[in-house]
Design a protein around this ligand. Structure first.
Ligand SMILES: Nc1ncnc2c1ncn2[C@@H]1O[C@H](COP(=O)(O)OP(=O)(O)OP(=O)(O)O)[C@@H](O)[C@H]1O
Ligand SMILES: [Mg+2]
Length: 456
């Protein structure tokens, strides 16, 4: 039993249309065939009859009634002309000769076509055949009828009509069966997709649409949907990691801030105590600020270049400014920042994000290198717009480098160093935004970070 929704599918309607169009084409084709075969056979029969009448009229004119009777007798005896029909009657309609027993119409008419039934013997049985004949009036009240048994033609016509009927029925039947099969198949595929999307919207993000491997349109749709779901799931996982990391990382500065304020309110004795508490609260507020700044920068860099202004940036100037900014911090640890490269190296980029990116790399180098270490900053060393920042700290093991670029990742051993694990993910996001290649390498000892930008 067909479900009503099967009948409503566009595929099924299309199949119906196809069946109808094919049916119509079959009909037109058979119509042509019919006219070409049956039509031409009938025309030929009429021509033969007309020619015979002309010939017999000629015989009558030349040899008279007896001559005509002789010729007709001869022809009716001829076994090769078994389908030919002749009848010669006098003015009262009495047969004079021929193989028909009586005039087939009520009255004697001249020059008209007649169709009538005759008795024929087939396999010993007498059956009725159809005949077509033409009557002509001769002198002296004689009437001549010349015709043909057209039963074979009728038979052929019937077979043709039957073949057409079967052909049409077959075409329509096959079209309909195909339509139902196709639309069921199609609906089945859609139904599977609907079920999976329902499960997904219920929260089961790991669900995937089954792919049959047939490579048809539905299968391709299913695998595209799966790709999309995969990406969505990854995004969701990323978002969850971010919110978890954010909550985790916000908690300690906020708790410290709260504790400072509480301590000051409860226990601070003099102005100096208040000052100390406020200074500590300020440090925590700054940590909070820089954490939020980094997150915002990452989000800006990752959201793409649509609303970020790109300009010509001289990397030498930006690096110089950042080094100036970080030099005091390095000095407090007895470290030195050495800058190699004084020529201007211009790229297209966002100056502010590039500055934050370099600041994070130099900040890491200072934080993770031992006191009195030298931090090396190189620009365009091999003629390309590249920045190389190397330190002599513990470095990052090759297996951990990928992970270190993820948000809120802090590697073991850095617990004593302040930070929230966002610096390198900002570097990665800025590199991606500028289509730059970011590589973390081994400085033996230490970390060597290389950023290669696109030439302008
Ligand atoms: N130059 C370096 N030498 C050794 N380890 C490093 C270096 N830079 C980063 N790392 C390791 O990679 C981790 C991630 O670095 P990232 O800059 O993203 O975060 P962070 O420095 O810990 O915090 P933040 O940059 O947010 O203040 C660090 O916790 C540290 O373990
Ligand atoms: Mg850092």
């Amino acid at each position: 039993m067909l479900k009503p929704n099967v009948l409503r599918t566009p595929t099924f309607r299309l199949t119906l249309l196809f069946a109808a169009v094919f049916g119509l084409i079959t009909l037109v084709l058979f119509g042509f065939l019919y006219r070409l075969t049956i039509g031409s056979i009938s025309r030929e029969t009429d021509e033969v009859i007309t020619e015979q009448i002309l010939g017999l009229k000629d015989v009558y004119t030349r040899l008279g009634a007896q001559g005509l009777i002789d010729v007709i007798d001869e022809r009716t005896q001829d076994p090769t002309e078994r389908d030919a029909l002749y009848l010669l009657v006098d003015s009262r309609g009495t047969p004079l000769t021929g193989n028909l027993s009586k005039w087939p119409a009520e009255r004697l008419y001249s020059a008209r076509w007649l169709e009538f039934s005759i008795d024929a013997t087939e396999y010993g049985k007498t059956i009725s055949h159809r005949a077509r004949a033409r009557a002509v009036a001769l002198n002296n009240g004689l009437h001549l009828l010349v015709g043909q048994d057209i039963d074979a033609q009728d038979d052929f016509r019937m077979r043709m009509t039957q073949a057409l009927g079967w052909g049409l029925a077959l075409m329509l039947g096959l079209g309909l069966i195909g339509g139902v099969a196709v639309s069921r198949n199609f609906l089945g595929g859609i139904e599977r997709i609907v079920q999976v999307s329902r499960r997904i919207s219920d929260g089961d993000l790991g669900r995937r649409v089954p792919v049959s491997g047939s490579g048809d349109a539905l299968d391709r749709l299913a695998s595209h949907l799966n790709d999309m779901l995969e990406r969505l799931e990854n995004l969701m996982r990323g978002m969850r990691a971010i919110s978890d990391g954010l909550a985790h990382n916000l908690r300690s500065p906020v708790t410290h801030l709260r504790n400072q304020i509480e301590w000051a309110l409860k226990s601070a004795g003099d102005t100096e105590d208040y000052r100390t508490s406020l200074e500590q609260a300020l440090t925590e507020a700054d940590r909070l600020n820089s954490l939020l700044d980094s997150l915002l920068d990452i989000a800006r860099a990752e959201s793409g270049a649509i609303n970020l202004p790109f300009e010509d940036v001289d990397l030498a100037t930006v690096l110089g400014e950042i080094i100036d900014l970080y030099e005091p911090l390095a000095e407090t640890r007895g470290q030195r920042i050495v800058f190699h490269g004084d020529a201007a190296v211009n790229i297209r980029g966002n100056r502010q994000l590039l500055a934050h990116c370099f600041a994070n790399l130099i900040d890491n180098a200072i934080k993770y290198s031992p006191p009195a270490a030298t931090i090396d900053v190189r620009l365009g060393a091999d003629g390309r717009p590249g920045v190389l920042i190397s330190d002599s700290g513990p470095g990052i093991p090759a297996a951990e480098r990928e992970r270190a670029l993820q948000r809120f990742t802090r590697l073991p051993g850095s617990e004593s160093v302040p930070g929230s694990g966002l610096g390198l993910s900002l570097v990665a996001a800025v590199a991606k935004l500028h289509h730059a290649r970011l590589e973390l390498g081994d400085n033996a000892p230490g970390l060597r970070v290389s950023l290669t930008f696109q030439p302008r």
